[in-house]
Design a protein around this ligand. Structure first.
Ligand code: SF4
Length: 76
């Protein structure tokens, strides 16, 4: 099953913990903020993606079986 990560960039504070946990998935921009808004995971990246999401103190990262919109309330 295809999985997607979605990052709510409006709450990302640039801790960089996601990238520390899973550097192949979460790339930081030049200012240290998560540089992706949504990304389709490759097969085998799911566990690393979850580890990165769990490490985010802002809970900015959502993982779902579809591409999510920017509204966190839409995630279920
Ligand atoms: S850990 Fe969360 S707040 Fe920090 S850079 Fe990653 S997405 Fe942003």
């Amino acid at each position: 099953m295809t999985m997607w990560i979605t990052v709510d960039t409006s709450v990302c504070c640039g801790h960089g913990r996601c990238a520390a946990a899973a550097p192949d998935i979460y790339r930081l921009d030049d200012n240290g903020y998560c540089g992706i808004e949504s990304l389709e995971l490759l097969s085998g990246q799911e566990d690393a993606a979850r580890a990165g999401a769990a490490s985010c103190p802002e809970r900015a990262i959502r993982i779902a079986d579809r591409r999510l919109g920017p509204d966190p309330a839409a995630a279920s």
